[in-house]
Design a protein around this ligand. Sequence first.
Ligand code: WT7
Length: 668
Amino acid sequence: MVYILNALTIKCLNKGKSIMVRDNNTYFPSSKWLENAHVNSIDKYNEIYEESIKDPDQFWTSVADRIDWYKRWDKVSDVDYNKAKISWYLNGKLNVSYNCIDRHVESGNGDKTAIIWEGNDPSEDKKYTYSELLIRVKKFANVLKSLGVKKGDRVCLYMQMIPELSIAMLACCRIGAVHSVVFGAFSADSLRDRINDSSCKILITQDTGVRGVKNNIPMKENADKALINTPSIDSVVVVKRTGVNIEMVDGRDVWWHEETINASEDCEPVEMDSEDPLFILYTSGSTGKPKGVLHTSGGYLVYASYTHEIIFDYKKNDVYWCTADIGWITGHSYIVYGPMSNGATTIMFEGVPNYPDFGRFWDVVDKHNVNQFYTAPTALRALMKEGNTWVESRNLSSLRILGTVGEPIKEPEWKWYNKIIGKENCPIVDTWWQTETGGILISPLPAATPTKPGSATLPFFGINPVLLSDEGEEIEGNNRQGLLALNTSWPGQMRTIYGDHKRFFDTYFSQFSGYYFTGDGAKRDKDGYYWITGRVDDVLNISGHRIGTAEVEGAIGKANGVAEAAVVGFPHDIKGQGIYAFVTLMTGIDSSEIILKSIISSVAKEIGPHAKPDKVQFAPALPKTRSGKIMRRILRKIAEKDVNSMGDISTLADPSVVESLIKGSIQV
Ligand code: WT7
C-alpha cells in the first residue's frame, strides 16, 4: 500500500531552503530537518513502511537488535487474534532496567544526565546521571527484596512526579517485580480497588505532594484510607517529599530514605523472559471496572525505544521533554522506558503549566534547552487562551520537534503551536495511540511526513490500520470513514487484562473477528491520511484522560438521594470533552445545592477530582427504550445543544421525556 502522493513529495523537496511551507493547509517538513534525520524523506518512509509490511519478521528482527538481550529469541512472533494470544520475541531473555541504565554506564556514558527533575517550584531542580541513577535503582531494588518482593510480585506506586517514582519503576523491573502505577490524583477508593485487583504486595507513596498552588496533596493519608481494605499489602514505603507530619503505622510503614541509606549497591538484574510481565496500568473501559492493561518486557521495550527514537528524531545529545504524568501510559513509554532505553536525557516535571505563571512550560524549555517537547492539546488550548505575551518573552530557540498526544488536536491550537511555539520551524508530530498499544501507532515522522493540522497522518512502520463498517467489513480506498482497527500485531501491544483474559478477548477481539478493535472512529482522507474522530464507545476523553461513563455514573449513584444517573460528553473549550450528568432523584427528594455538592463529592471520593462532572442536569426521568435501556444518543444531542437532529425517538417508552429534558438543559 502506498500512502503518499508523489506530487506532495516533489513539492516538499522542491521548496528548497524555505523553512516550512504552507500549501493548501499541508505543511512540509523544513529543509534543515531533511538532512540528518533518521527518516529524512517521504520516499524513505514509504520504502521502510513497505518493507515492514511485506516481511514483518525480518523488520522486527532488525529493530529488536537495538536492545541488549541475554539470549536472543527463537521466534519473532506468535499471534492469534481469535484467541487473543500475542507473543513477541519468544524465549528471548533480557532485563529492562539493564537496558535503561547499566548498558549506558558500561558504554562510557555514565556521566550523562539521565533525568532532569524540574520541581513544582522553579527554584527546585535536580539532575541524575546514569551512574547515579544506577546506584539508586540498585539500592532501592535491594530494599524491595528486603521487604520480601520477588519476581512476579506486584508493587503499587501511588506518587506524584518525583524522581523516586522512576527509580522505583526501574528497581521493580530490575528484580522482575511488576509495577502498577496509580495516577496520584486518584482517590483512596480507586487506589484500593486497583491494589486489590492485582493483589499488590507493597505500596510506595510519599508524605504529601505539591502541584501548582496545591502544596499539601494528602498522598499518604489517601493511601492509609485505601489500606484499610487491602489484605495483600505487607509494607508501605514512604518518600519524604514535603516533610509534613504524617502518620506511620508501626510494623507496616517504612521511610524510603531510611531504608535506602544502608542498602547495598550491588544488585544484579534478573534475567527476564520476553513475555514476563513488566507492568500493569489501569485504564477505563465501558464498564464500571477499570481494566488492568498488562504489558510484557521484550516487545514493549523494543517498541517504546524504537518509536521514541524515530518519531521524535531523537539524537544523542538531545534534551527531551514529555510533560505527561507517569501515572498514564504516555509517561511510562515516553518519559521512562523509551527515552531511557535510548540513553536520553529526559525531563520529569512535577508542576503544572500555569504555575507560577502561564509561561512555566517555556521557562523550562529555555532553562534546560529542550529539543523535543511533547504535550497534550488540552494544555495548548489552556495556554493559547492566555495570549502570546507569555511566550514572546521566552526564547524557545532550542526547540526542534513538537508533539501532541491524547486527543484530537484541532486546527486553531495546531496552528498556534506551529507558529507561536515552533516559530514555523519545528515539525509537529500528532501521535495517536492508546494505553493498550504501548507506543505510538499513527504519527508523522518529523522530517518525512507532510502534515495537516488535525491529522495523525500515517501509520508507523509495521502498523496496519484498517477502517471497518459497523458490520465488520473492511472499508477500502480513500476518502472514507469507519471504525479504526488493526489487522496485525506489533511488539508493544498489550498481552492481557490482568486476571481476566476473557475480558481481554471480549473487549478487543470479539466484535470484529481477526482484528484488534481500538474503540475509536477515524476517517481516511484523499491522501490516505488518518483523522481520529474520537471514541465510539462509552468512554470519555477529558483533557486527554480516559474516563468511563459507567464509572462516573456508578459514583454519582452512590450520592444520597440519587435514583439514577446517565453521563455523556459534551464539547469543552479547554478539556476537549466535558462531563455532563443527567440525574434523577428519589421520589420526594428535590434538587438542591446540597444534593449537587454530594454528587460532586461522591465522584471525587469514588474516582478522583479529575472526574468531577462539569454540568449536572436534574431530570424527572431519563429517556429509555421499552426494554429499559437508556438512549444515550438523545442525551448526547441535548448535552451538545444539537436538539434539532434528535433522530427517531419513537422507540422510547415515553417520548415526552425528551421535551422536558430539553427544557431542563436550558438552565444548565
Ligand atoms: C485514546 C487512548 C496514548 C496516550 C494518551 C491517552 C485518544 C490518543 C490521540 C490523537 C486523537 C487520540 C483516542 C484513544 N487519542 N491520542 N493523537 N488524536 N485521539 O491514552 O488514555 O489510553 O486513551 O485517546 O481516543 O483511543 P489512553
